[in-house]
Design a protein. Sequence first.
Length: 331
Amino acid sequence: MMAGDRYQEREVIEAVARLAGRPAGQGEVGIGDDCAVLPPGRPGSSYLVTTDTLVEGVHFDLAWHPPRLLGRKAAAVNISDIAAMGGRCTYALLSLALPLRLDRAFVDALLAGFVERLTAFAARLVGGDTVASPAGLVLTVTLFGEADGPVLRSTARPGDRILVAGVPGRAAAGLELCRQGLAGLPQFAALVAAHLDPVPQVELGRALAASGLVHAMQDLSDGLATDLAHICRASGVAAVVARERLPSEADLEQAASRLGGDLLAWQLTGGEDFLLLCTAAPAGMANLRAIGREHGVALYDIGWLEQGQGVWLEEQGRRREISFQGYEHLR
Ligand SMILES: [Mg+2]
């Protein structure tokens, strides 16, 4: 790769500024000043702020992750956190640590994908930072949002049903297909897309929050067993997942058999599905399912909450604890 193919740091900032476009709203100042200036929030709403760092070799592998989809995913994982609170996205900051080996075409595709995903969810890029990295590529995104009544993890109640907005385990299957060099098999394209290009459930999250029926909510990032454990710990309750109620799909089962993968492990501990996970009283189920259908998403009732602690998998009347058996970042 020729040195001339690479961006200088100043040029990256200029490229980001071009993509970000002009400030849209009154009182907004974007890239080019010492700080971004953001207008005050709407009366009655709360600010939401989330940040997430993706590290090459830990969270993604450039051997199979195309730069445009990596940019989209860096935005999506943060957008999903705003969705998990029942909020809408407003502004984003992007910080890049770029290895010298990455050329202009790579950086352009990465930035284009990032802004594309932000724009689709009505968020605007207003600032960030760029440094040279002596090692791998690192992307840190900070995303702002707002919500009228954010839904927390700490407000689940014993007796609640546990709902998941889609089929968990698909992203884990997609990752395994990439690892084994089988990402090109057309019958598994949707699984590979679940790993490379997840779609945050913002509109669904807002509708669930607005219904007033959801007691606690979060998104599935580290796997069902771990993410449910966060709700249990924060709310002081126990969760029981009924194995026979875990949803599956034909392509997921075919991938498990083709790869020799463990379907149950994908469902319970596979990370990065970015599906909403929520709890609600049984009386609200029919209305919540209808909200799911309006958004083209099946809400699966996979179990319930009880007094106590921990996350338990129940199968044929027997229980075993699965708390925090998800994807661990610090392996
Ligand atoms: Mg989250």
